[in-house]
Design a protein around this ligand. Structure first.
Ligand code: FES
Ligand SMILES: [Fe+2]
Length: 433
């Protein structure tokens, strides 16, 4: 096998991905210039900025941005960099403010980006035109079910087109309720790992679970051995997800462990086909290309948390893999909950999310250790040139019983790497320009 070149880092037909993808600074530089500035990037959930004046600070790739809701109610995304000498304008995570004053020399901007205050303004003697030195705005900001995305590419196709047919599947989790809200601010932590390892794993690697997360069986936490099947769903835009369903008859109708009081709302918001599928869903995880993933699963709530011992409680989490270099990322993790859910249940779902996939979550720690060790394992000049094997699974045959519009493949025990091949195929297309 010949060594990978920069134009040939992925061979999807052969199921091969080069180790360089996870460690080479030249690859990372292409991602910085060709991938992130040309993509729709998640910046916030709308419920994080509910009122005029609210803001949060975020990243688009490595660019820091402010997400603000101004007095006109509109959400804007602005480069969080002072136009005077490029100091980070706002260093706090979130708050409410009509103006932002740079801590260095005091230039002051409104939450819509206009420069309004300049100390010693008269000393510029007409050489500074405030109207030309406002914050740089991100030209495109669009939302889908409260998920806010932004892009630096003014000509990028609309977000709805970018999400394409995958919206049908996303609706099962993000469109079933009248509204979702975050369970709190995102949890964040820095990991010595390449950002793509999380994106690929959440969208397409489910056969790691018995080995990596074997503690669930060892501790007797696995309470169901129900027969199940997974659909691997993907879109040519690089979005990938898996939907695992129960096959038992009669159907258990667990609705992922969601409270029954929400079912009329779900029935109203989903099509009959979507609602029928949701009845059977056991778990679903996916990645919206390039770096936002989600997971909707359930956990068993111990009695001391207020639920009957063994009750299943659904949790929904968003995870963003924020690049900080070829071998480093910041992990951002949100819990989401149905706005109209009972208050006690909101508390339970938050605990279930934190216990499994929060910063100290049992599953979280297992995964990150693996991805950090892959990053370490591909750092050397010899190991970077290894071709890695992504070719698991039988010859994929499209699932004829998948009710959604996307291409889907069925597998009985998640034994396939087809989704990761789709992700890396799209990734290479964009890197090759
Ligand atoms: S760098 Fe912001 S005011 Fe000077
Ligand atoms: Fe995992």
């Amino acid at each position: 096998m010949t060594l990978a070149t920069m134009n040939d880092l992925v061979r999807p037909e052969e199921g091969l991905v080069s180790g360089r993808c996870f460690s080479d600074p030249r690859v990372y530089d292409l991602e910085r210039t060709r991938l992130f500035p040309k993509s729709w990037l998640f910046v916030a959930h709308e419920s994080e900025v509910p009122n005029p004046g609210d803001y949060v600070t975020r990243y688009m790739g490595e660019d820091p941005v402010l997400v603000t809701r101004a007095a006109d109610g509109r959400i804007r995304v602005l480069l969080n960099v002072c136009r005077h000498r490029a100091r980070l304008l706002c260093s706090t995570d979130r708050g409410t403010a009509s103006h932002f004053m740079c801590p260095y020399h005091g230039w002051t901007f409104t939450n819509t980006g206009e420069l309004t205050g300049v100390p010693y303004f008269e000393s510029y003697q007409g050489r500074l035109k405030k109207e030309e030195w406002g914050l740089q705005g991100v030209p495109r900001v669009e939302a889908y079910h409260g998920l806010l995305f932004a892009s630096w590419d003014a000509g990028i196709r609309p977000l709805l087109d970018h999400l394409g047919d995958l919206r049908w599947t996303l609706d099962l989790f993000f469109g079933r309720a009248d509204a979702l809200e975050v369970t709190g601010p995102p949890q964040r932590w820095v990991v010595d790992c390449n950002w793509k390892l999380g994106a690929g794993n959440f969208g397409g690697d489910f056969h790691h679970v018995p080995v990596t997360h074997g503690f669930t069986a060892a501790l007797g936490l696995k309470q169901t051995r129900a027969k199940r099947q997974s659909y691997y769903v993907s879109d040519p835009s690089g979005h990938i997800c898996s939907v695992g369903i129960f096959l038992e008859q009669p159907l258990p109708k667990r609705y992922l462990g969601l409270p029954e009081s929400l079912l009329p709302e779900f029935r109203r918001n989903l099509s009959p086909e979507q609602f029928a599928l949701l009845e059977r869903v056991q778990t679903s995880a996916g990645t919206l290309f390039p770096n936002l993933s989600y997971l909707n699963s359930s956990s068993h709530a111990p009695g001391e948390w207020g639920a009957p011992n063994g009750a299943e409680v659904s949790f929904l989490t968003l995870r963003q893999w924020q690049p900080m270099g070829p071998g480093k990322m910041e992990m951002w993790s949100w819990g989401l909950v149905e706005k109209n859910a009972p208050a006690e249940w909101k508390e339970l779902t938050k605990l279930c999310y934190q216990r499994t996939f929060g910063a100290g979550g049992l599953f979280e720690q297992d995964d990150l250790e693996n991805w950090a060790e892959i990053t370490r394992g591909t750092r050397g000049p010899v190991s970077a040139d290894l071709w890695l094997h992504y070719n698991m699974g039988p010859e994929p045959v499209p699932a004829t019983d998948w009710p959604g519009p996307n291409r889907a493949f069925a597998t009985d025990r998640s034994l396939s790497e087809i989704n990761e091949r789709t992700f890396y195929r799209r990734w290479q297309e964009l890197l090759n320009g």
